[in-house]
Design a protein around this ligand. Structure first.
Ligand code: ATP
Length: 350
């Protein structure tokens, strides 16, 4: 059931168009991430949904109501920013109560709701503290509680974790996801961190230069990227040359091996096409089994996996093997074989 619809949204600042025909239908209770490089327009789309920017064209509809021209305070939207943006002169309780006081709610209702919110973020014991007495992670949880207290229709999160330490980022993103699911609130989360987007979203919008390049579940975005940009922005990518040997049967030759890929190939027999491969689609193999042989240019021990880079016909390919305490990792200069799982090869459309 669509709850938030963004139709043909465009935004220009002066002569520069930064959002180009952005379209998206978001279901009630969905957690959507906008993922893309700096400057691709993620925040601008979010700010249009919040009402801080007016679209140059297009519409924003929430629960069947057109909100395109409403002011921010006429919309029922909660927002959390990168910088915690708490009121420094108010304690935690008053920060969380702020939106409810503005709405003129009775004191007893405010007290009840703030207590609920503080319990939700596990900070009931810090109600009297001021922002300067809290850690960055605690401040951001208070900012989340403040945004959620007035029961917004939509929650917008603009890189809420990027100012925090790595460990806190991981625990807080899980907490945000749990709270979001508990409340069933429709949420849009802006990030340039692919792992963050992959780990907590129902769907991801990968943005490139003001447009949605691909919209899909984390599984689809990672395993079946439809453009070269998405494939290379999300995860590590190897690009291999393959010669089509049987177009209709989807058979290609890579190195000395013939492989059957899952997809239909839009190229004639004899043509060279490019296929993408994630590092985990390759395994270390003996000469007989190997799809390609190459010289090791680097070997990184990452704990659970070992990432090996090999030089093959002028290209560097990366592949991961699970750590096995019984097997020594390859060393630089070795010649090793890599076997490719053909079902994991990705046909790049452009
Ligand atoms: P980041 O991850 O760095 O925040 P972003 O993807 O969120 O990037 P936006 O902040 O939406 O990108 O900016 C998109 C483009 O619009 C950028 O080139 C930016 O400089 C420009 N831009 C944003 N706001 C304004 C403004 N008020 N006036 C002029 N240009 C702007």
């Amino acid at each position: 059931m669509t709850f938030l619809t963004l139709s043909h949204l465009k935004k220009s600042f002066g002569a520069t168009q930064v959002v180009h025909d952005f379209n998206m239908a978001i279901d009630k209770g969905e957690f959507i991430s906008f993922l893309g490089p700096s400057g691709c327009g993620k925040t601008t789309v979010l700010r249009m949904v919040a009402g801080f920017e007016t679209p140059s064209a297009g519409s924003i509809v929430v629960d069947g109501k057109d909100q395109t021209n409403l002011k921010p305070n006429q919309r029922n939207i909660g927002m959390v920013f990168q910088a915690y943006a708490l009121f420094p002169n108010m304690n935690v309780f008053d920060n969380v109560a702020f939106g409810l006081k503005i709405a003129g709610q009775p004191k007893a209702d405010i007290e009840k709701r703030v207590k609920e919110m503080l319990a939700l973020i596990h900070l009931d014991h810090l109600a009297e503290r001021y922002p300067y007495q809290l850690s960055g992670g605690q401040q951001q949880r208070v900012a989340l509680a403040r945004a959620l207290a007035p029961k917004p229709q939509v929650l917008l999160l603009d890189e809420p974790l990027s100012a925090l330490d790595a460990k806190i980022r991981v625990s807080l993103r899980e907490e945000i996801r749990q709270i979001q699911q508990k409340l069933g609130i429709t949420t849009v989360f802006v990030t340039h961190d692919q792992e963050e987007a992959l780990s907590i979203s129902d769907r991801i919008v990968v943005m490139n230069a003001g447009k949605a390049d691909q919209i899909g579940t984390p599984f689809e975005i990672y395993n079946r990227p439809t453009t070269r940009f998405v494939a290379s922005f999300v995860g590590t990518l190897n690009v291999l040359d393959a010669v089509v040997t049987d177009q209709s049967a989807g058979i290609v030759r890579i190195g000395e091996k013939t492989l059957a890929i899952k997809e239909a190939i839009p190229a004639t027999n004899g043509a060279t096409i490019q296929l993408a491969m994630r590092p985990e689609a390759g395994t270390l193999a003996g000469t007989d089994e190997a799809t390609v042989l190459g010289q090791v240019t680097s070997s990184q021990f990452l704990g659970s996996v070992i990432r090996t880079r090999i030089a093959v016909e002028g290209k560097t390919l990366s592949f991961d093997t699970f750590n096995d305490p019984g097997i020594k990792p390859p060393v630089v200069g070795d010649t090793v074989g890599m076997k490719i799982d053909p079902s994991a090869l990705i046909l790049l459309a452009d």
